[in-house]
Design a protein around this ligand. Structure first.
Ligand code: HEC
Length: 195
């Protein structure tokens, strides 16, 4: 259901948009996907969707069972492995990233960086998913909106439960992923697929 909404958004975007010229070094945004890449793009979108579902299921399960502090521990211990697992199952490189990171391992790939940085002060409704031409591969980026349930661990620092603050401090001494508000771009799902 979510998938369809996002794909419609992507298609509308692809159908109706003229891009401003890209700055030198910024990879080329694909405005109109050639027919032979449509299937590949769908597979990559499917991989991002699978990652989202898997992480969200695990998160909500743990919030119910162990509360927010327990869920942080699970995210810390499992998010990277779950991401690698989905990538392997789908045969597509996939992950999450942001301009304000909790885990430095989620740093954007060089091709994604300009787009991720540009989303820093934007609302997720203003930021569109996009396809990027990477030569022999197609890159995909899809913004992740900040939602209500995310506030427990990514909201204003003084609004976080003290036990969450404690486990975050232990697990992520360089955490920058707080201070978001609902509707912000929290980050992006990304994927890379061979053409
Ligand atoms: C229980 C606490 C908790 C909640 C609730 C939570 N997150 Fe996170 N989030 C984390 C932790 C911990 C990490 C670091 C995971 C890792 O080590 O890869 C993280 C990482 C991320 C990342 C990867 C980028 C980065 O900063 O490392 C994104 C994107 C993200 N969260 C989005 C969300 C969204 C969207 C929601 C709401 C649907 C949400 N989170 C809810 C704890 C939480």
């Amino acid at each position: 259901m979510k998938m369809e909404a996002w794909m419609t958004g992507a298609l509308l975007f692809l159908g109706g948009c003229t891009k401003p010229p890209t700055a030198s070094g910024t990879p080329k945004v694909v405005d109109s996907l050639p027919p032979e890449l449509v299937g590949k793009a769908q597979a990559a979108e499917g991989a991002m969707q699978a990652l989202q579902v898997r992480l969200f299921q695990r998160l909500t399960q743990e919030l119910e069972r162990g509360g927010p502090a327990g869920a942080v521990t699970v995210c810390r211990d499992e998010a990277q492995a779950l991401t690698a697992e989905v990538a392997k199952e789908q045969g597509i490189e996939v992950g999450r990233t942001s301009y304000r990171l909790r885990n430095p391992k989620n740093a954007p790939r060089p091709w994604a960086e300009p787009f991720v940085t540009a989303a820093a002060t934007r609302k997720s409704s203003e930021v569109k998913p996009l396809y990027v031409d990477l030569g022999d591969r197609l890159g995909l980026l899809r913004p992740i909106p900040m939602g209500g349930v995310c506030m427990t661990c990514h909201g204003a620092p003084d609004s976080l439960p003290p036990e969450v603050v404690r486990v975050l401090k232990e697990g992520y001494p360089e955490d920058r992923a707080v201070g978001f508000a609902p509707g912000d771009v929290r980050g992006f799902f990304w994927a890379e697929v061979r053409k």
